[in-house]
Design a binder for this molecule. Structure first.
Ligand code: NAD
Length: 278
């Protein structure tokens, strides 16, 4: 099984992360092991899962079965909202399900600012990182204020902020703040979760035609050229291959600008300020 040639990006803690991976949100138990096995076979080495996806055990099984050396893989999982005051135990349970003795990246999944425990969780993640069993630590769905609190109270800068971001929802202010702080952006829903006509917009289809690429490849390339980390989800092996075909072409400044102009500040997932699932 040969690895795809995917660039690594440097995180603010000095670690490297493959810029492209696969995500397994809403990939059901019973399907996730096959999806991850296919992804590893296609050559992906970066997997994004979470406690709440309920597929950590299958992700771990696919990894074990692949025989790929652990240090060639990059595995992310996330602390669920109900565990913010018991992160150490939740982390152990995630490692057990994954069958791993460390993850490469551990994230607080949502800030849940209204409950006021994100800082408690962040302090626990800092302790976990000190043990070396989460190589890097970061957050997800954090707004500027949520990030500022962690910075002010601990001085430890998250390595990443994983946020909904795609051409219809570009989060420019938040992205600029993260850039200033050295926080890498992981764009979730990079294809707007397949819930819009994004792939039919002329800015996308015209660039696709010009480069002999698919609309999805153009959108993913738009992310890559801005230095973002992405892990599009697909259950289909042929789309896994397609979604990795991003590193042999370049969008022009005009093509990038035409996609930039698609911003509608339109999110398809929950709003982090009001999402209060416990
Ligand atoms: P996505 O933007 O990756 O969209 C996935 C959908 O896009 C698929 O269901 C499929 O319909 C379509 N698609 C994929 N490849 C395609 C192609 N080549 N051509 C046409 N359509 C294609 O959305 P996502 O799965 O929500 O996001 C990706 C990953 O981000 C998730 O799997 C998960 O790992 C992560 N995520 C994180 C959070 C969070 O709160 N941190 C939330 C949602 C997702």
């Amino acid at each position: 099984m040969r690895a795809l040639q995917i660039p690594n990006l440097a995180l603010n803690d000095g670690r490297a992360i493959p810029q492209l991976g696969v995500g397994v949100f809403l990939v059901k138990p019973g399907e996730a092991q096959r999806v991850v096995a296919d992804a590893l076979d296609v050559g992906y080495r970066h997997i994004d899962t979470a406690r709440i996806y309920d597929n950590e055990a299958e992700v771990g099984a696919a990894i074990a079965e692949s025989g790929i050396p652990r240090d060639e893989l990059f595995v992310t999982t996330k602390l669920w909202n109900t565990d913010q005051t018991q992160a150490a135990a939740a982390f152990e349970a995630s490692l057990d399900r994954l069958g791993l003795d460390r993850v490469d990246l551990y994230l607080i999944h949502w800030p849940q600012a209204m409950f006021g425990e994100a800082l408690t969780a962040w302090k626990s993640l800092i302790e976990i990182a000190a043990t070396g069993r989460a190589t890097s630590i970061g957050v997800s769905n954090f707004e500027k204020d949520d990030l500022q609190q962690l910075l002010d109270e601990t001085g430890v800068v998250p390595a990443v902020n994983q946020i909904e971001l795609h051409p219809l929802h570009q989060r420019r202010e938040l992205a600029a703040f993260c850039a200033e702080q050295g926080i890498a952006i992981e764009a979730w829903g990079p294809l707007a979760q397949g819930k819009s006509d994004l792939l039919e917009r002329p800015a996308i289809t015209e660039a696709a035609a010009a480069h002999g690429k698919s609309p999805a490849q153009v959108v993913l390339r738009w992310h890559v050229q801005q230095g973002r980390i992405i892990f599009p989800k697909t259950l289909r092996r042929e789309r896994m291959v397609e979604n990795a075909g991003l590193f042999d072409f370049e969008l022009s400044a005009a093509e990038m600008a035409a996609i930039d102009a698609l911003d509608e500040q339109r999110n398809f997932g929950p709003d982090p300020r009001t999402f209060d699932v416990r």
